[in-house]
Ligand binder design. Sequence first.
Ligand code: SF4
Length: 230
Amino acid sequence: MRNYEDRKVSINQEVVTEVRDKLNDFKREIANYSVNEVKTEELFRLLQRLYTLGGNLLAEFDEFIACQKGCNQCCDKLVYITELEGMMIDEFIMNNFNQDEINEIQSEVNKRIRLRNSTDASKSYGEVIRSHKKEFSCIFYSQKNLCRVYPARPWNCRRHIVFSDRETCSLETEENPITLDNTSFTEVKDLVDDIEEEIYRLNDTFKNEIYYTLQGYAEEVICEIDKQEL
Ligand code: SF4
């Protein structure tokens, strides 16, 4: 398979094996956890371990992908998250944002709610987003071209890597980007899916089976955050 620069994409098989082994260790370990005794901090630590495993694997493709720091081409799409991932984002905000920054996020969320309420009710959320691309880009995307919650960003933001030209990511083009899902790296893709399954299992076993979109989570939870009340 060749990337957007017409370079042949390859991966170090030793890294794939190492990540597979570490994921198996993780699964064995987690089987010994008692559902009622695991604290939220420990769940965050376990989730971070899975993020790190996925990150180590996908970093193998760094030199081949079109994704670059500051690119937000995929930050205007619906991103699904587990409740646990949302809680980790909350914690990151609480520990790293000042009250002004929290207020800014809250006002962005409210702006989107107002805009959505003012649009044609017969349209799906996806259609509304497509027709108001800029206004609906992720609330965590800052004007300075950065993800404001980068260290706590959810799995779906992490696993999305693109081998084709960045133009293919734009909602305006008819082309689909070449992601891991449509390459011949099936073993890597299966491993990424396996990591994802563990992320969902972690949520479903120790939290309720609750999922959100990032935007939905922000509307339900982040609007309630007020540092001054803590
Ligand atoms: S959380 Fe960060 S990476 Fe994910 S969509 Fe939002 S701004 Fe983009």
